[in-house]
Design a protein. Structure first.
Length: 84
């Protein structure tokens, strides 16, 4: 019975809850269960929490370098090829 509750809570969390958060969810649902039992059930059934990736900033917009001039100014029409 506990395994069914653990699987349901794990599915509702999209696979992101580990045993500590899972215990809080199950206790809020009215079950009496310990963290080690939840961890053991999760481990035995291949449920491993996925962690979110950290945000990595790839563009530094606050730099002191000069900006390139906007030569086209959003006018993309050309009369012949290789004009713009």
């Amino acid at each position: 019975m506990l395994l069914a509750h653990v699987r349901a809570a794990f599915a509702l969390s999209n696979g992101t809850y580990g045993s500590p958060r899972m215990v809080h969810e199950l206790r809020d649902a009215g079950l009496t269960i310990g963290r080690r039992r939840v961890a053991r059930l999760m481990r035995q059934n291949g449920m491993k929490a996925r962690q979110k990736r950290r945000f990595k900033r790839t563009t530094d917009s606050l730099h002191a370098f000069p900006l390139a001039p906007n030569l086209l100014e959003q006018d993309f029409t050309a009369t012949t090829p290789n004009q713009k």
